[in-house]
Design a protein around this ligand. Structure first.
Ligand SMILES: [Mg+2]
Length: 221
């Protein structure tokens, strides 16, 4: 077996581990102007035109996702998992690579997908949503660093993980892990969305989990 190039791989979830962009998906369920309003804000944030903290609350308050919406979203994440992700993650782990997920998405929505990919709960970082006793939207964890532009970098810096660390994702908040030196290398993941500003600043571009596997575990000559 070859030696891994990286000892830790940090994966984004939305538009990386799954084709789904969760907040946009929830907005689509609302339809009409909510969908286009939220889609525009997400695109601005992920391409780096607007800071995440400036759009996070705006998007969620507009959608006000109920518990049943988030359950439906969790099914969508699983139904749209990136092909080859399961195999690639399992092989990385068997080779001794630590694989964690850091997401600016909603924890309750992404956890079923992450568990299906054998992540333990402690290795998944995301934003908690809150509901009232009837399952109506009651807010989100405003104290989470992950609602801000540099939140992924801040979370990663707090973890003691084996280096070198590879961060993989489609968005500007993923790129910020490298810019903040929390990760050693950043790979833009472009299978589902290619954001030119992010890809241009990346050390590497990956279009599939098969490519990720080969990048981290080069085949033996
Ligand atoms: Mg993403």
């Amino acid at each position: 077996m070859s030696t891994p190039r990286f000892l830790t791989v940090v994966l984004d979830v939305d538009s990386t581990l799954s084709a789904v962009e969760g907040i946009d998906w929830l907005a689509e369920r609302r339809g009409g102007e909510t969908a286009s309003f939220v889609r525009r804000l997400t695109a601005d944030a992920m391409s780096g035109r607007q800071a995440l903290q400036d759009v996070y609350e705006l998007r969620l308050e507009r959608i006000a996702p109920a518990l049943e919406d988030v359950r439906a979203l969790s099914d969508a994440y699983r139904a749209n998992v990136a092909s080859g992700a399961d195999t690639a993650i399992a092989r990385l782990r068997r080779s001794g690579v630590r694989v964690i997920a850091i997401s600016g998405g909603l924890r309750q929505a992404i956890m079923p997908l992450c568990r299906a990919l054998s992540f333990v709960d402690e290795d998944v970082f995301a934003v908690n949503l809150q509901w009232d006793a009837k399952g109506r939207y009651a807010g989100f964890d405003r104290a989470s660093p992950l609602v801000s532009q540099d939140g992924k970098a801040a979370v990663l810096r707090c973890l003691v993980l084996p280096r070198p660390i590879l961060a993989v994702g489609d968005g500007s908040t993923d790129l910020a892990m490298k810019a903040g030196a929390a990760a050693d290398t950043f790979a833009a993941y472009t299978e589902f969305v290619n954001r030119p500003l992010v890809a241009a600043a990346a050390d590497h571009v990956l279009t599939s989990f098969d490519e990720l596997l080969t990048f981290v575990l080069p085949p033996l000559e």
